[in-house]
Write a protein that binds this ligand. Structure first.
Ligand SMILES: [Cu+2]
Ligand SMILES: [Zn+2]
Length: 166
């Protein structure tokens, strides 16, 4: 017997047009990274689905290939030589909470030969709230402890969340 999911039918959203999306592009040194994130506003939460390719592969004997992943509060994927996505700002944190209780904190991406797929359901934000903000992929895993951002390293890819065309 199958368990009856609490949010029956959430997966059917995946066949519909998302309410918002972010197109992710890699920064300097990570040009191979690209991806798309879809946001579906559902009753009781947001379904987020991310697909990313071209992630770094560490090629050691026990590679983690885990990448911190967040919604950041800034609205631009621009920056400076040291931090190409500095203007993405800090983690989206309207409640003034510590990491990993930021509204923008997400499960990390797990690379699979450079590809990653993530689906996640949350009521930490609405699609409307995060539209216009940015998503960042980091070089290192998020330790979900260190302040203010989980020691997840450099920002390697960024994308702005935009509303779907009506
Ligand atoms: Cu981040
Ligand atoms: Zn955070």
């Amino acid at each position: 017997m199958f368990l009856k999911p609490r949010y029956e039918g959430l997966n059917t959203l995946l066949r519909q047009t998302p309410d918002a999306q972010a197109i992710l592009s890699g920064g300097p040194g990570y040009e191979s990274v690209s991806g798309v994130v879809f946001f579906y506003q559902a009753k009781g939460g947001v379904l987020l689905v991310a697909q990313v390719q071209g992630l770094p592969q560490d090629g050691i004997s026990c590679p983690a290939d885990v990448f911190g992943f967040h919604i950041h509060a800034g609205s631009e994927c621009t920056g400076n030589e040291q931090d190409p996505f500095a203007n993405a700002g800090a983690h989206y944190n309207p409640g003034n909470c510590p990491h990993p209780a930021h509204a923008g904190d997400l499960p990390p991406l797990f690379g699979c030969a450079g590809y990653a797929f993530l689906s996640f359901f949350t009521n930490r934000f609405t699609v409307k709230e995060v539209t216009g903000k940015t998503m960042i992929i980091h070089r290192k895993p998020d330790d979900f402890t260190t302040q203010p951002s989980g020691n997840s390293g450099a920002k390697i890819a960024c994308g702005k969340i935009t509303a779907a065309e009506p």
